[in-house]
Design a protein around this ligand. Structure first.
Ligand SMILES: C[S@@+](CC[C@H](N)C(=O)[O-])C[C@H]1O[C@@H](n2cnc3c(N)ncnc32)[C@H](O)[C@@H]1O
Length: 285
């Protein structure tokens, strides 16, 4: 399956999910002509959204993602941004990028959308915050928080086991030798942000809720669902605690439910808006 297409299909799902109160608070706190950095920016749907909804039309926007295919797609999608908004697209690992900038390039606003739950947040936050100016604003949205719901049930006990093992793969994920993930990142952010001296301005839930209207999923959301089920399949294939035949059948049944427009998918997530301290010393390095 194609990751950039998944991210494009995710846009309408995200549109419904994004917490509207936190989103409005972001608008209220944005400086004029902001200098924004987004990490894990994917194919650029967040900058599109900010422009489409009139949040930004001038300033500078740096979008970093380590997958060159995402950045290539972003280059195509974002060819027609307002001329007063300078766009910089960077295909790089966010940690390598932060090391290279080494505090010389400080942004007003930091965005991470559907990204933090892929990282080891306690060690990532100081690096991410080093990108911001003192007192800078952060918007961390769609942080997964411990609930994957698939309806209708196939076998409630087996469904629960799959959910539990799937979440465990997030907690045990290691990327490039570093722990990378947290299946309860949303709730943990309250303490982790506090530990960094950050001030939380607004928080709200941003659950993905995907369902078919009269048997049809909107836009490309059937693809989004197939991608999610495929991700679960890849994450748990060959897992010693799952009967292989039963799991393969379960995956096939989930795909078939999508084809019939029956599957309802809910993922619990939280959005955060906040500020880092305005004095340099208060932010742990
Ligand atoms: C779930 S996707 C979300 C993408 C985008 N924010 C969106 O919502 O459409 C997570 C993104 O983070 C990127 N990513 C993950 N770890 C990264 C890292 N260490 N450096 C840069 N990008 C990273 C991935 O390439 C991927 O595009």
């Amino acid at each position: 399956m194609d990751f950039p297409r998944y991210l494009a299909a995710k846009k309408t799902v995200d549109e419904r999910a994004i917490n509207k109160e936190v989103w409005q608070a972001l608008r209220d706190h944005l400086p004029p002509a902001p200098v924004i950095i987004e990490v894990g920016a994917g194919i650029g749907t967040m900058v599109e959204r900010l422009v489409e909804q009139g949040f930004i039309w001038q300033g500078r926007y740096t979008a970093v993602d380590h997958h060159p295919a995402n950045i290539a797609m972003a280059r195509q999608r974002l060819a027609h941004l307002p001329p007063a908004l300078r766009l910089e697209l960077v295909a790089d690992d966010l940690f390598a990028f932060a090391r290279r900038t080494d505090g010389r390039n400080r942004w007003d606003v930091l965005i991470a959308h559907a990204v933090l739950d892929l990282l080891d947040i306690p060690s990532a936050l100081p690096v991410l915050f080093s990108l911001l100016k003192p007192g800078g604003l952060f918007y961390f949205s769609l942080n997964f928080d411990g609930a994957t719901i698939l309806e209708p049930a196939i076998d409630p006990a087996f469904d629960a086991l799959v959910q539990q093992l799937y979440h465990r793969t997030m907690d045990e994920r290691v990327v490039g030798g570093r722990p990378s993930g947290d299946s309860r990142s949303g709730r943990h952010l309250f303490t982790q942000l506090k530990n960094q001296g950050a001030d939380i301005v607004a928080v709200g839930s941003s659950d993905w809720v995907v369902w078919a209207r009269h048997g049809c999923y909107p836009a490309d959301e059937a693809y989004f669902l197939h991608f999610i089920i495929n991700t679960m399949h890849k994450a748990l294939q060959g897992h010693t605690e799952l009967d292989t035949t039963q799991f393969d059948q379960w995956i096939a049944q989930r795909h078939a439910q999508i084809e019939r427009g029956e599957l309802v998918y809910i993922a619990h997530q939280l959005d955060f808006l906040g500020r880092i301290p305005s004095t340099e010393t208060a932010v742990a390095k």
